[in-house]
Design a binder for this molecule. Sequence first.
Ligand SMILES: *Cc1c(COP(=O)(O)O)cnc(C)c1O
Length: 380
Amino acid sequence: MNKTAINIQMVDLKGQYRHIREEVDAAVLEVIRSAAFVNGPAVKQFQAHMEDYLKVKHVIPCANGTDALQIALMACGLEPGDEVVVPAFTYVSSAEVIALLGLKPVMVDVDPDTFNVTADIIAEALTPRTRAVIPVNLFGQSCDLEPILALARARDLYVIEDNAQAIGADYTFADGHRQKTGTVGHIGCTSFYPSKNLGAYGDGGALYTDDDELAQACRLICNHGQNKRYYHARVGVNSRLDSIQAAILDIKLGHLDAYAAARRRAADYYDAAFSDVDELQTPVRHPRSTHVFHQYTLILKAGDRNALQAHLSERQIPSMIYYPVALHHQEAFKEAMANPGTPLPHTEYLCDRVISLPMHTELDEDALAYIAEGVRAFFK
Ligand SMILES: *Cc1c(COP(=O)(O)O)cnc(C)c1O
């Protein structure tokens, strides 16, 4: 048993900063000295580096991931009352923007092993009013996107990937070619919220697309619908990425693959440690996707989850429930939903049974051993 005092967090941003402090401090000071706080060279540079990294034609930075989703829906030209299919097992933003724009969220179930929506599930929810789907690449791996794309092509739907949790993951097509998640559908949306895999030191987000027209529309919408200063072609929003955040993100982008590898090492450790615990289902990795482990989420197949959380908490091991209440049960969507009352049994099962363990880039062997032992002790 480990006797050293271990300070374990769900996410360790201070520890991560210690390794990149000099670079980050210099970059932030440089922006301050230049006073180019909005749309400065740091934003342009980060945008170009993201385009290279993702191998995508256009990256459009914006203020946060929720805005990215909203701007994507606006760019697709959807009309009030149009239906948008979205999983109910996700963060609120994925569906919130649909309702906010007067569109109708159609909440669907997910595959209980991968936590992700599938083409078959989406197919069942389509109606003549469906115009778009938002596959959410949840917890760090891609949905099986190729069949979703095929369905969307056949039914003339937009595919807007919510890639807030899976930046850097690769999706592999049947013919073997690989693409970064978020660049597979028409538009990908991401968040640079501090705890995300590519996190700023404040809010930030981006859209990505290979489609010139959609990119143009997104850029216009981000900037008050303005095509020339003080000339507004359409109603837009004010959604910008700060230069300071861009400078920080540009540094962290250089570490993103190493960060993903560190997360994967932690996940591999957990997987091995829990392989013989019958009550736990460890995360199922889809063969078509790499996994960047935004979260490491277990399913407690049998037993009392509250008791497990209390047991971990006594040992100073944090844990979280992502997500305790599915979106189709949220008060906020009662009116807006196109399909109220539809039972989503997998989603409900997961909301009752999932538990996420600490997952970040700074988990060392001692911390992992301590956490794994703490979890295992509950089942003895
Ligand atoms: C974090 C997150 C968002 C929203 O991003 P913000 O930058 O916080 O607005 C959207 N969707 C998912 C799945 C997320 O995890």
